[in-house]
Design a protein around this ligand. Structure first.
Ligand code: KG4
Ligand code: ZN
Length: 361
């Protein structure tokens, strides 16, 4: 039995979790700061760091208590080393170093994006969708993952399309040139006067909207040779929403109140459809080109119901998505990734440095 304590503090969630054998979540504690940052319309780094300092001890303590695992039974501490906000990362890193030093435990540092990917190792068969088949029943039986897999990581900070050929083996196919997918949701949510974070707000507003009401651009970037590549760009889409708002409500500027007759639901649904279309098209094309056996979607935006539905319909291969509780930042996914790296022999020094920028591949 291998027991990993995971610690995550890269952005605005302070989290700790205990995972056994890379699959069983014994505890997963997430202290979210989202309500505090909502008043600023985005994450305020200095405040995030200060709250992490206050939360980290109680969060780790609670994770160990709830798991009923004393530190003496923990095999290793896995911690997010980056990418993320430096002042936030350093809080989790120092906590992990302190625990490792005082309890003589090995340290395993994890890339946050890899953490998101390993949330799929914590997803039961009911989160694996096979084309043309009804969803599997909830059970403890894990359907083994066979490589290669196409992975789409879509969060507030990242939009990455990767080919995963084995544990810890990635080839980057493409990513965003400007805004991350979640960032686009957050910015457009703000334009539409919806509460932060924009992703869940836009999903909710879209329920009463027509996704075909506005034909927002689907940007399919091409190489110099004219071939479509696997990169993304979402800033033009955000500008298109702004221009449309200014057509409907002349003189509108960001953060102005919207008139009652602005069709917020239609705008939200049409924006969401444009983002989903591009993400699904590229992931499905990559799955065909690289003969992937499955497509994984992970990160905060993988919670989006329209994205899940379209990916399942159009990927052409089985699709796995994380349970909703594991889409946004959490330490369970960091511990799951840590499990495989620990078994592969990774051990990190107590004086490791955090990496605010750290490409996975
Ligand atoms: O993974 P995450 O918690 O943090 C980062 O690593 O960035 O992702 C947060 C992002 C936010 O931009 C949020 O708006 C987005 O995930 N998000 C969603 C949904 N739930 C969260 N975007 C679209 N639809 C959702 N249901
Ligand atoms: Zn994240």
């Amino acid at each position: 039995m291998t027991t990993i304590l995971g610690i995550e503090s890269s952005c605005d969630e302070t989290s700790a979790a205990v995972i056994v054998d890379g699959r069983t979540i014994r505890s997963s504690i997430v202290a979210s700061q989202v309500e505090i940052h909502a008043q600023y319309g985005g994450v305020f780094p200095e405040i995030a760091s200060r709250i992490h300092i206050e939360s980290i001890y109680p969060v780790v303590e609670q994770a160990l208590q709830q798991a009923e695992v004393p530190l003496g039974e923990v095999d290793a501490v896995a911690v997010t080393k980056g990418p993320g906000l430096a002042g936030s990362l350093v809080v989790g890193a120092n906590m992990a170093k302190g625990l490792a030093l005082s309890n003589d435990l090995p340290l395993v540092t994890i890339n946050h994006l890899e953490g998101h990917i390993y949330s799929l190792w914590l997803a039961g068969p009911e989160y694996r969708f096979v084309p043309g088949q009804p969803p599997a029943e909830k059970s403890d039986v894990f359907v083994p993952i066979e490589f290669p897999v196409i992975v789409l990581v879509v969060s507030g900070g990242h939009t990455e399309l990767l080919l995963m050929t084995g544990h810890g083996e990635y080839r980057r196919l493409g990513g965003t040139y400007d805004d991350a997918a979640g960032e686009a949701f957050d910015k457009v949510g703000r334009l539409l006067g919806l509460p932060y974070p924009g992703g869940p707000s836009i999903q909710k507003a879209s329920r009463d909207g027509d996704p075909a009401a506005f034909n927002f651009p689907r940007v399919h970037l091409r190489s110099n040779q004219g071939e479509e590549n696997y990169d993304f760009s979402f800033s033009g889409l955000k500008t298109a929403v702004l221009r449309m708002l200014q057509t409907i409500q002349p003189g509108y500027q960001p953060d102005d109140p919207l008139d009652d007759d602005v069709p917020v639901a239609d705008l939200a649904a049409s924006f969401q459809a444009a983002v989903v279309d591009v993400l699904v098209d590229k992931a499905a094309r990559a799955a065909r080109e690289f003969k992937a056996l499955e497509v994984f979607v992970a990160g905060g935006v993988s919670a989006n119901a329209a994205l899940r539905k379209a990916m399942i319909e159009r990927a052409g291969v089985p699709v796995r998505v994380p349970p909703l509780s594991l889409c946004t930042d959490n330490a369970a996914m960091i511990a799951a990734a840590g499990h495989y790296r620990y078994l592969a022999g990774q051990r990190d020094s107590l004086d490791f440095d955090i990496r605010a920028t750290w490409p996975l591949a």
